[in-house]
Design a protein around this ligand. Structure first.
Ligand SMILES: NC(=O)c1ccc[n+]([C@@H]2O[C@H](COP(=O)([O-])OP(=O)(O)OC[C@H]3O[C@@H](n4cnc5c(N)ncnc54)[C@H](O)[C@@H]3O)[C@@H](O)[C@H]2O)c1
Length: 251
């Protein structure tokens, strides 16, 4: 593999789940990893795993919706690891509810973490990328962007991220920075296990039921998304920008 030797990569929400797999894939390709998560213990576990496999990684406690913390963490990463050339905006949560039960707080919290978080982190990271005329930014949309019952807040944020992806690709392209998005379907993580529990379903039975609707006959695992992120971040993917790649085991 390789390709990212010496480059500094930030993956937000990489304490567990999809983000952790993404950080591990980028580290395996030679990147020096900044592990951002609002749970420092999870971030430290990911960093320790990467280091134990011969990589370079450092953990940071960051809430991506907090602009002051994003700016200060970016500065810390620069001084600890060097200028940032890869950013994967992955941190996210769900606050599902049918419209009539959805609170203003459910709406604002999801918008703040997914949409504002990706905006704040991308704005902070682009400075190094523009300066060095090289960068890779990946955003995390979802098949929910196409509409999903009980997720008016999440689906709206995930659709908005597709607009942000295309716009940043246009603005940053002249600086040799590509911006793309992954849009996963059902991936087996804490997030989807939480959804099963909220629906009063057994997570294993929920997975089986979903698998039967997926053309390849299984649900996704974090590595399925991580390898797509690895492709977007590859130096040889420099003519791939503004794209949204659905990772859902079928069309
Ligand atoms: N699991 C799926 O089926 C699926 C499908 C489509 C999209 N996604 C998206 O993929 C991303 C990762 O999801 P996952 O399934 O791995 O979830 P997860 O809950 O397993 O992991 C999310 C991580 O993000 C961190 N996080 C949450 N809010 C944060 C914040 N404000 N600042 C910093 N860190 C924060 C959490 O602590 C956690 O470590 C999310 O954006 C999610 O919306 C997931």
């Amino acid at each position: 593999m390789g390709g990212l030797e010496g480059r500094v990569a930030i993956v937000t929400g990489s304490g567990q789940g999809i983000g952790r797999a993404e950080a591990e894939v980028l580290a395996a390709r030679g990147a020096r990893l900044a592990i951002w998560d609002w749970h420092l213990d999870l971030a430290e576990a990911t960093a320790a795993h990467i280091i134990s496999h011969g990589g370079v990684a450092k953990a940071y406690r960051v809430d991506v919706g907090d602009s002051l913390r994003v700016e200060s963490a970016m500065e810390q990463v620069r001084s600890d690891l060097g200028p940032v050339s890869v950013l994967v905006n992955n941190a996210g949560i769900t606050r599902d509810n049918l419209l009539y039960k959805m609170s203003e707080d459910d709406w604002d919290t999801v918008m703040n973490i997914h949409l504002k978080g990706a905006f704040l982190c991308s704005r902070a990271a682009q400075a190094d990328m523009v300066k060095h005329r090289w960068g890779r930014i990946v955003l995390t949309s979802s098949t929910s962007a196409l509409g999903n019952r009980g997720q008016s807040n999440y689906a709206t944020a995930k659709a908005g991220l597709q607009g942000l992806t295309r716009t940043l690709a246009i603005e940053l392209g002249p600086f040799n920075i590509t911006v793309n998005a992954v849009a996963p379907g059902f991936i087996d993580t804490d997030m989807t296990r939480g959804t099963a529990r909220r629906l009063n379903l057994d997570p294993e039975q929920f997975k089986e039921a979903i698998s039967s609707t997926v053309p390849v006959g299984r649900v996704g695992v974090p590595e399925d998304v991580a390898h797509a992120v690895g492709f977007f971040c590859d130096p040889e993917s420099s003519y791939v920008s503004g794209q949204v790649l659905y990772i859902r085991g079928g069309p």
